[in-house]
Design a binder for this molecule. Sequence first.
Ligand SMILES: Nc1ncnc2c1ncn2[C@@H]1O[C@H](COP(=O)(O)OP(=O)(O)OP(=O)(O)O)[C@@H](O)[C@H]1O
Ligand SMILES: [Mg+2]
Length: 452
Amino acid sequence: MRINSLRLQLLAWVVLPLAGLVAINLWTSHGSALATADLVTDRMLLGSARAIAEQVTMTDGVLDATIPPAAIEMFDTGDRDSVYYHVKTAQGRLLTGYPNLPEATLPPSAEATYRDHRLRLLTFSQAVVGAGEDSPITVTVGVTLAGHDAMVQRLWFGAFTQQLALVAIAGLFVLLGLHRGLGPLIRLRDAVRSPDRSDLDPVEVPGAQSEIRPLIDALNAYMARVRAQMASQRRFIANAAHQLRTPLALMSTQASYALRETGPDARHEALVALQASSGRLARLAEQLLTLSRAEPGSRRPRADRVDLTEAARQVLETHAPVAIGRDIDLGLDEAGPVTVVGDGTMLREMIVNLVDNALRHTPPGGSVTVKPTALGDEAVLTVSDDGPGIPKDERDQVFERFYRIAGSTDDGSGLGLAIVREVVENAGGRVTLGDGATGGLVVEVRLPLAGS
Ligand SMILES: Nc1ncnc2c1ncn2[C@@H]1O[C@H](COP(=O)(O)OP(=O)(O)OP(=O)(O)O)[C@@H](O)[C@H]1O
Ligand SMILES: [Mg+2]
């Protein structure tokens, strides 16, 4: 069975070992209570036997043993003990007392059973002046064990209750200490749960211990991250809505214009413009979708083995008609397979966006080259064009969402390079912009090569 409560766990850790120790302690204290009771009883027996022996005298040549009442009465402690005794000569002749009372076999005392009672016995011998062969006489005194046992109980029970109280008090203090110790955790829970907390403000728990501080700090850092993410999502949605609104308004105007026109040529012209706008809108929607797919956590992480050369060839095939239409020499500079691990669809989308950009910015008659190579343990994919390039101070910004260089005439959405960076970073690589030999832009993507 597993205990899931911290309180119960700590209580068990404190109380169980303590109870074990107390049990051992009680066992030893029972032993010492018994030893004490034995000692006291033996002293009394010896005292009694001595008192009896003192009274044995020679009167008129005859041994006379008179039992002094004090020797018996000293055992009258209220526990109704019976006292037995006898006095015998050296030859074993009984002078007085109980004839079959056994003698103590062990010095100084022994236990024996007599008349169905357990007795503690002591035998004491003493020389009597003038008694001749009868000297020394032996006095045996035995007493039942009621007083003895009562003394053991009293001594032991005192220890027992004391130690029981000790364990109970220790348990109580554990609970009390835990209650105080867990206070900050409970305040943290309440602070996090509180209905007043709609935003992800950092929680403050005054008086939190050094063990709990890191938890609170980690929680606050986590909430700060989530807050930043939420803010960037909000910005992105606002941006996207803004981007969608402009072409929609344009399309609405174009549709009204087409409706107003009566001449077939003018109407046709308006409809062609409307078609172009809707195409741009569709492209924007597609780019938004691709970007949201590229974000970590939106798709199940994939670890396909992707040959960049093969992927580039497929992309170039689909873009060949555009290149031919604009008289651009679109080429693949290949040197065998270059395999990386990642999401195949997204990696292809990355190449599509780079080739799309290159084709768009290269003037007719220019050339665009895609070159995948394996370099050391890295896959390097470069896309170079003959366009105007990107000024150095804008090379960081162009990767931002919706960022377009001022004065860009063509109508992009500004998401292409953001998608590229997202895909490359998710695959554990990086992307940089550089100058081409002929002045165009060179985009270089570096990804870890797949192990064979
Ligand atoms: N090969 C290139 N040569 C010159 N400028 C480029 C090139 N590629 C991108 N740029 C500049 O960087 C800007 C951002 O590019 P990005 O691909 O992110 O957006 P876009 O091409 O405008 O839109 P989208 O690709 O989403 O349709 C572009 O507006 C363009 O000015
Ligand atoms: Mg683009």
